[in-house]
Ligand binder design. Structure first.
Ligand SMILES: NC(=O)c1ccc[n+]([C@@H]2O[C@H](COP(=O)([O-])OP(=O)(O)OC[C@H]3O[C@@H](n4cnc5c(N)ncnc54)[C@H](OP(=O)(O)O)[C@@H]3O)[C@@H](O)[C@H]2O)c1
Length: 332
């Protein structure tokens, strides 16, 4: 089979497209013929050797993927030919990932591709939606009364968070550096989209929020933005730290946490158990319901162009970056 692997951690250019043996699934695992994968910043960190619990090289990254069951687990709930997507687990972390034509995945971490969704959409959605759900709903206790601020709002996690927060009836203020992306974020439901680089950001957010100040923040950036979040948020607010795209270190004025009675919490999507993740995924799909809304995809790349796709992701996409792995070719 064709697969992208790195033999040594380092630059993303260390990834090489290779021919390897088709993997043999273990007990409780299904062999999935991957049709589409989606990239996440964590895949880059993993290739760079900066990810905890990463698999030993030569290693195939890729945590998100959707495809068709080629070989089901014995006595499992899926059969050959079923369309599935990967919700989580160690795929693309310490187990072989989805940037390959075939991927063995424990059945407990699989779910059917939602009805009327494409493989591209089903590959794009899980990791970022489950992260946003864990942050907003499970850790943040989101309600319709919240005003939610989202940093890095145009990215995978950010666009999922906008969708989920709006679906739960909250007000959303989205932050992005790009004027054109801010327009799209408002078109997709954000009540306000503001320039995160504005010197008067705090004032602008307060003005937009009006009588219902920001009560919940999902931060994907870290670095200098965490202090800004603590300044912007109302007393008793909750700040959920999801990512560190701006910097992995932040300086924060502890007096803000104390005097405003703030809750500051980090979280990892990897903390889900298989049962929890299936429940969360069902709830996320419930938010989509029968609507025609779908996860936002920035661009779809062919398998050969994975490195260009990583560059596109690094440059700040609007939504998810998807890789088409197999053109709907199913070997039986
Ligand atoms: N904790 C977890 O379990 C978990 C799960 C998933 C992701 N994450 C992390 O969450 C972060 C976001 O992931 P993602 O998939 O949403 O990433 P993404 O799709 O690459 O999008 C992030 C967005 O953030 C903005 N951005 C990037 N660098 C920035 C900077 N230096 N300053 C200001 N804005 C910047 C860009 O938007 P504009 O260009 O529009 O400003 C970009 O589109 C990453 O660090 C990722 O590793 C964590």
């Amino acid at each position: 089979m064709r697969t992208w692997r790195f033999h040594e951690p380092g630059d993303i250019r260390n990834l090489i497209l290779e021919e390897t043996e088709k993997p043999v699934p273990g007990p409780d695992e299904a062999l999935v013929n991957i049709h589409c994968a989606a990239l996440n910043p964590a895949d880059r960190y993993l290739v760079q050797g900066q990810y905890p619990r990463a698999g030993t090289p030569p290693f195939t990254p890729g945590r998100d993927g959707a495809g068709i069951i080629l070989q089901p687990a014995a006595g499992g709930r899926f059969k050959a030919g079923d369309k599935v997507c990967i919700l989580g687990g160690l795929t693309g972390v310490s187990r072989p990932g989805t940037l390959a034509e075939y991927c063995p995945v424990p059945e407990a971490w699989l779910a059917p591709v939602p009805a009327n969704w494409t493989f591209e959409q089903a590959a794009a959605a899980p990791l970022v939606h489950l992260t946003a759900w864990r942050a907003l709903v499970i850790c943040g206790g989101l309600t319709g009364a919240d005003t939610v601020l989202i940093t890095g709002a145009s990215g995978g996690v950010g666009t999922a968070a906008i969708f989920l927060a709006k679906a739960r009836g909250a007000r959303v203020i989205a932050l992005s550096r790009s004027k054109s992306k801010r327009k799209t974020l408002e078109a997709m439901g954000a009540d306000y989209a503001l320039d995160i680089g504005s010197p008067s950001l705090e004032q602008e957010v307060r003005q937009a929020a009006g009588e219902k100040p920001v009560s919940l923040i999902l931060d994907t950036l870290g670095g200098p933005f965490l202090e800004k979040c603590a300044r912007i948020i109302a007393a008793h607010g909750r700040i959920l730290v999801v990512g560190l795209l701006a910097d992995l270190k932040s300086e924060i004025t502890l007096g803000l946490l104390i005097h405003k009675n703030l809750r500051l919490q980090g979280l990892s999507v990897s903390a889900f158990t298989p049962n929890e993740i299936q429940d969360a995924w069902d709830s996320i799909l419930g938010c989509y319901g029968n609507s025609s809304k779908r996860p936002l995809i920035s661009r779809i790349f062919p398998m050969e162009d994975v490195q260009d796709a990583f560059e596109h992701l690094h440059a700040g996409p609007l939504g998810k970056v998807v890789i088409r792995i197999t053109e709907h070719r199913v070997e039986r």
